[in-house]
Write a protein that binds this ligand. Structure first.
Ligand code: SF4
Length: 217
């Protein structure tokens, strides 16, 4: 698919889902600081956005810098962020990453992909999200929705999210680098679901290769 067609398809999906990426918890946090983006990104992993919307401001109200976060123990952070999924593991990740930021980066979240990847609990997907939302730098955050739908649509033909990210970096118009994540997450949750996507009412049905789709509604 050409870059122009990709843009058209994404614009149609964006209008269809009617949810601005601006509504996501991570995006809201990113308006505060890169550190808030980092914390919200960790909290949002495998967690419903409704829960992240509640726990992110609760934690940041108590500790909005790495230094302040270190006042709290792992157990205390876990209590604050409950009921987010994997709250104990996430509490450890938030505290360890905060310690690295405070001790190794002068209290500032690193603004490079390599620097972010060196932080505990920050994988490639999170690093790209922090880079794009926290710093406004180019990056493409490829999670399971972006990977699945990009392949179904025929944007890419890849086996892993890492390959999808690498390919999209070459072909996707930069205007969509930040927004593709929020748009396809909303679309993937409500419409182009992992099992039995709603192809019969899909606004991009005629432009979609439906690659790998065996069953649909
Ligand atoms: Fe997903 Fe089906 Fe729409 Fe393609 S036609 S984007 S597979 S819902």
């Amino acid at each position: 698919m050409t870059p122009e067609k990709m843009s058209e398809v994404l614009a149609t999906i964006s209008e269809f889902v009617g949810q601005s990426p601006d509504d996501l918890a991570v995006t809201k946090a990113s308006r505060k600081s890169p550190y808030a983006t980092l914390v919200s990104t960790i909290l949002s992993l495998r967690c419903r956005d409704e829960v992240t919307q509640v726990v992110t401001p609760r934690l940041l109200a108590l500790a909005d810098t790495a230094e302040k976060m270190l006042v709290f123990s792992d157990g205390e952070i876990a209590d604050i962020i409950y009921p987010t999924s994997f709250y104990r593991r996430k509490a450890v990740a938030i505290r360890k990453a905060s310690k690295q930021i405070f001790e190794e980066h002068g209290g500032r979240v690193p603004d490079t992909l390599e620097g972010l990847l060196s932080l505990f609990g920050v994988g490639r997907k999170s690093a790209n999200l922090i880079l794009t939302l926290g710093f406004g730098k180019p990056g493409i955050c490829v999670d399971t929705h972006v990977h699945r739908i990009s392949n179904r649509l025929g944007f890419v033909k890849t086996k892993t999210p890492e390959q999808t990210e690498a390919f999209l970096r070459k072909v996707l118009p930069e205007r969509w680098w930040i927004d593709i994540n929020g748009v396809l997450i909303a679309f993937g949750r409500a419409h182009c679901t992992p099992i039995s996507p709603k192809c019969s009412t899909c606004p991009v049905r005629k432009k979609c290769g439906r690659v790998g789709v065996e069953q649909s509604r």
